[in-house]
Design a protein around this ligand. Structure first.
Ligand code: ATP
Ligand code: MG
Length: 786
């Protein structure tokens, strides 16, 4: 092993080398996309090891996705050899899981605490809202969850929030649910995603010994994509670095980022962290990189122009010495279907010319856009993988199976226990559920333990001694009395007994060191879950059974990667599978990649298609009313464009079906910013095609009838699609409610923020952006609901 220092810095430019070799003070590397920030981080780690300035175990690197972490580990390994495995490279979330598992007692958690994902959190929030009597039809559990998430990202706890003065009704509702939501999480021995960070911050703040331990352990901390850190993550970084007051010198911090690629403001990320780095860490050195090594000059010129067209953005000057390359293809297609076909045909042509399938990436702004693209690729028999949109882990059967595993692992996990107690059906209707909940309430035990009490009572009736089952398996202290649950029918009692016994058996198998895949199989068999799917005539159920087989394969892969991994470890792995992680799946180099732009961050592909370049799709309609949100969309466009290495396509559809309705959308304003000399503008819209595009039979069949013609160098007229055919939707004086998007003849696009009145005097307050909120009488307003 070992690596020589020269080979580690070989092939770096002057500034990159400077950043890699820097020692002593905090270091900030800022640079545009593709200029080698991530490469600098990787080489810097290798350099620390090669020079002997650090041991691998003293290094902590934080990346944005687990996939990026795996890649970094691999690259450092290639540079310095096996020592690399001792360094810690992880995402913020997986880092916090580790810290919390290691110090769970100090953090007030059980070692087997559950991690709730967004769907679990929403379910729990719904229960909490119902409990305090908040109408989730008015304020949905998702809205409540988002608000709580924002607060946690700002490190505002429930008590602090309750003390604030709240005028708006949603804020009042949040103040009411937040403490109870936290209490219910604690009852369930669970944390949600945002808690992972906040709880770790509290742990390090309140426990000097634990903090000092990490100060001694991590001497070098490196953070990629620093522009997308939120306040809580920033505080965590400062805590890990330390301030020297405990006698340990502060760790050496290196962060890299590009404020123009900040695309997570909607989740609380703030470029303040990058802009104020010098104030936060006095004496910091800043290295600015400017040369791009990823893309052709044409692609960079387009990126510069798009980012430069924003009001809040500084102008960008990405450059390369790789030459101008091919022009950027900008194409308007009659419909979303025709757009998909255009993309498919281009890929087919380029593939025939010798490009690998894995050279291609197709991006979209929202997941809903992926279906047509998928259908097109499937119809044409082209191999592809969909990142982020599959929602494999959100499919019902997968969630059920995981709920079984979680319920086995953590008997107090109420959300998951309730999910499966009657799944498949075992006669636990609302009344039986009510009895169990009342019992849990009366005796101050969890929902799961209420079931355990039924199990114990039935066991006693059968002449067995529940105390012969150890408490870790039974889910409660079997030496203590276990009062029976009143109000349950005989069948329900027998079924609950059998249900709990299945979970006990699963726990016993786990305690005996059986692999998670085997535990999964026995749960699915013993509960009859799999048998029901296999016996069903419904082809959907066949697919569901296959998906369970896929989950089994995931568990087997896990056992190969972590032979000693127990059920809790497997569940932890699953919880942290962020969307982008599916990228880490076996990639034989033979697939086209479909993904949202958000998940494409940090990646690069030889050929990139950015689809849906329409105003209202991208920029997203939701952003049109706010200058800051529009700026975030623009940065997203910049991220999309700068993923491309050689060829870039920007496509749009004259009509796109949204929520089942075909809508005509004008060209994206981001297309207007493109310099004409770097684009090859095509327009596939012929008058006949426009009419055909509007008819539902258009484009059926694998390649459909969408004959796409290149019509040479023609500028796209933004309003052309809109003026050539009548509007698809007639204007009606619609009923609108809060949150609806509307289009007003004079004021343009807006969002309803409040409604009131009734009958002819029904009014709506509409936010048209730029601070103009208007109160309009619906009866008279020339306005349509979108
Ligand atoms: P992003 O902002 O998109 O995350 P980045 O700044 O992290 O981009 P990298 O991914 O590190 O950029 O580098 C972009 C590409 O340029 C990679 O393929 C990398 O290997 C290559 N590269 C970086 N620096 C050099 C260099 N000095 N010589 C040759 N290639 C380089
Ligand atoms: Mg990078």
């Amino acid at each position: 092993g070992g690596a020589d220092v020269e080979s580690v810095v070989a092939g770096l430019n002057e500034r990159q080398r400077e950043a890699v070799e820097h020692r002593g003070t905090p270091l900030l590397v800022t640079a545009g996309a593709g200029s080698g920030k991530t490469r600098v981080l990787t080489r810097r780690i290798a350099h620390l090891l090669a020079t002997g300035d650090a041991r691998a175990s003293e290094i902590l690197a934080i990346t944005f996705t687990n996939k990026a972490a795996a890649e970094m580990r691999e690259r450092v390994h290639a540079l310095v050899g096996p020592e690399a495995r001792f360094m810690q490279v992880s995402t913020f979330h997986s880092l916090c899981v580790r810290i919390l598992r290691e110090h769970h007692e100090a953090a007030g958690l059980r070692s087997t605490f559950s991690i709730y994902d967004a769907a679990d959190s929403a379910r729990l929030m719904k229960m909490v809202a119902d409990e305090v009597g908040i109408d989730t039809k008015r304020t949905s559990e998702r809205v409540l969850c988002n608000r709580v998430s924002d607060l946690k990202n700002e490190l505002v706890g429930p008590a602090e929030y309750a003390e604030r003065f709240h005028r708006d009704p949603v804020a009042k509702a949040v103040a009411e649910v937040y403490p109870l939501y936290q209490r219910r999480l604690a009852d369930a021995h669970a944390v949600d995603f945002d808690d992972l960070i906040m709880t770790t911050v509290m742990l390090l703040r309140d426990n000097a010994a634990v903090a000092e331990h990490f100060h001694r352990r991590f001497r070098h901390i490196l953070v990629d994509e620093y522009q997308d850190t939120n306040h809580a993550q920033y505080v965590l970084v400062t805590q890990l670095v330390g301030n020297g007051r405990d006698g340990v010198d502060p760790g050496q911090l290196t962060v890299v980022g590009d404020s123009d690629q900040s695309i997570y403001a909607f989740r609380g990320a703030t470029i303040r962290n990058i802009e104020q780095f010098g104030d936060d860490f006095p004496g910091a050195r800043e290295v600015i990189l400017d040369q791009n090594y990823r893309s052709t000059q044409n692609i960079l010129s387009a990126a510069n122009a798009v980012i430069g067209s924003g009001q809040g953005q500084r102008s960008k000057n990405l450059w390369t010495d790789q030459g101008s390359g091919d022009k950027i293809v900008v194409n308007a297609c009659p419909s979303d279907r025709a757009e998909a076909q255009f993309v498919g045909r281009e890929i087919e042509t380029l593939h025939k010319q010798g490009r690998a399938w894995s050279d291609f990436a197709i991006f979209f702004r929202t997941n809903a856009q992926s279906r047509l693209l998928e259908e097109m690729l499937m119809g044409a028999g082209m191999p592809y993988r969909l990142i982020g949109g599959t929602k494999f882990y959100e499919r019902k059967e997968i969630k059920d199976a995981i709920a079984y595993l979680r319920a086995a692992s953590n008997p107090d996990d109420t959300v998951n226990m309730r999910r499966i107690v009657n799944e498949p059906r075992r006669g636990i209707g609302p009344r039986a559920l009510g009895s169990l909940l009342a019992h849990a309430d009366t005796y101050g035990v969890s929902f799961g333990v209420a079931i355990a009490h039924v199990w114990a009572a039935v066991a006693r009736e059968l002449g067995q001694d529940p105390a012969s089952t150890p408490g870790e398996l039974a889910g409660f202290d079997t030496a203590q009395p276990s009062p029976d649950v009143v109000g349950l029918g005989k069948a329900a009692r027998a079924n609950l007994h059998a249900f709990w016994q299945i979970l006990i058996d699963a726990r016993a198998a786990d305690a005996a060191g059986r692999p998670p895949a085997e535990i999964l199989d026995s749960l699915m068999d013993a509960t009859g879950y799999l048998g029901l799917l296999q016996a069903s005539d419904d082809p959907q159920d066949g697919v569901r059974a296959e998906n369970l087989a896929e989950l089994h394969a995931v568990a087997e892969d896990f056992a190969i990667a972590e032979p000693d991994g127990r059920l809790a470890d497997f569940l932890e792995r699953i919880s942290l599978v962020a969307d982008a992680d599916q990228l880490a799946d076996v990639d034989d180099g033979g697939q086209i990649t479909l993904m949202t732009i958000h998940t494409a961050k940090g990646l690069e592909f030889p050929v990139v298609f950015v689809t849906g370049m329409e105003d209202g799709t991208f920029p997203h309609s939701r952003s049109l009313g706010s200058a800051s949100e529009l700026d975030e969309e623009r940065r997203l466009a910049y991220v999309a464009i700068t993923r491309a290495r050689e060829l870039l396509y920007l496509t749009r559809a004259g009509t796109r079906t949204q929520w089942g309705t075909p809508m005509e959308l004008p060209a994206s304003r981001f297309l207007d910013a493109l310099p004409p000399d770097v684009t090859d503008v095509r327009d596939s819209l012929t008058p006949t095609e426009r009419i055909r595009a509007a008819s539902p039979s258009y484009g059926s069949g694998a390649w459909g009838g969408g004959r796409v013609r290149s019509r040479g160098q023609r500028r796209i007229d933004r309003n052309r699609a809109g003026s050539s055919t009548p509007p698809t939707q007639p204007k009606t004086l619609v009923q609108v409610s809060r949150g609806d998007r509307v289009n007003h003849d004079t004021f343009g696009l807006g969002r309803v923020v409040e409604t009131g009145g009734s009958g002819a005097s029904t009014w709506a307050k509409v936010d048209f952006g730029d601070g103009s909120v208007k109160r309009l009488l619906l009866r008279y307003a020339p306005m349509e609901k979108l």
